[in-house]
Design a protein around this ligand. Sequence first.
Ligand SMILES: [Zn+2]
Length: 98
Amino acid sequence: MTPYARAARHARWMLAVLALTILSVAVAEMFVGHSNLVFAAAIIALIFANARMLTHNCPNCGKNLFFRGALVVFWPNRICGRCGHDCDGPERPNPQNR
Ligand SMILES: [Zn+2]
């Protein structure tokens, strides 16, 4: 599996966690009224689920695939923004780009 495919799988996983989180907060609000505790738990769960995001790096230069400069975006880069490595291409990094 390519680094891009792994990162994209993580993005889809985060989408599912986010949907589940919003749903559980909505259900909790329906039954117990507004609860900051439920909301805080949801935020913490999201942060933990997303911690893996930091492990999806370019195999060539180590730049995180979810960063566009200083911005973090939801979907990973297929082509590395720093070294131009094709993260969805053959697994072997190109040493000339290092
Ligand atoms: Zn790179």
